[in-house]
Ligand binder design. Sequence first.
Ligand code: COA
Length: 162
Amino acid sequence: MRRAIYPGSFDPITNGHIDIIQRAASLFDELTIAVVQNKSKSPLLTLEERTSLVTAATEKIPNIRVIGYEGLLADLAQEQEIYTIIRGLRVLTDFDFEFQMALTNRRLCQKVDTVFLMTSEENSYLSSSAVREIASYNGDISSFVPTVVQKALAQKIKKIGG
Ligand code: COA
């Protein structure tokens, strides 16, 4: 059984992430989406909120598992015995960070390999932070995220008074 992990902070999940998920799910028998805490970021949505939105946004894809995880990705790979990590590459500037992360993860766990998928052209400029910013000004994010995410983000922003 070919298995892979697609990790990310998904704050929130966007159509760009979903594109990578759909393509990775067709390449592997089982894809585990790991909603992970990135300590260098202060997320708008809690880990639970992000995990449940990823679950809702990917419910139609059969070979997907969604988990929330706080800890090192290399430890998760070992715990789950899944040694292939999927990452999406958008623009050239993603490469430096991704290259560093792939090598660091391999250093932490020798068995880990990272597979990169090129983001589709129409999503190459998309980012979760842009989606959050547009939503915070009540802008239209309907072409960037699924409806369930659009609604949840609007509610969250209203709740925190953003
Ligand atoms: N379409 C749209 N946007 C995309 C995208 C795609 N295909 N691929 C990436 N992005 C965007 C995201 O929207 C996000 O945008 P933002 O920075 O504006 O919020 C950005 O690219 C990166 O997000 P993401 O892919 O979710 O990763 P991340 O950089 O937030 O987190 C982890 C990376 C979670 C994998 C990493 O922090 C991690 O492994 N953490 C666990 C701790 C650990 O092991 N640390 C050591 C790592 S070497």
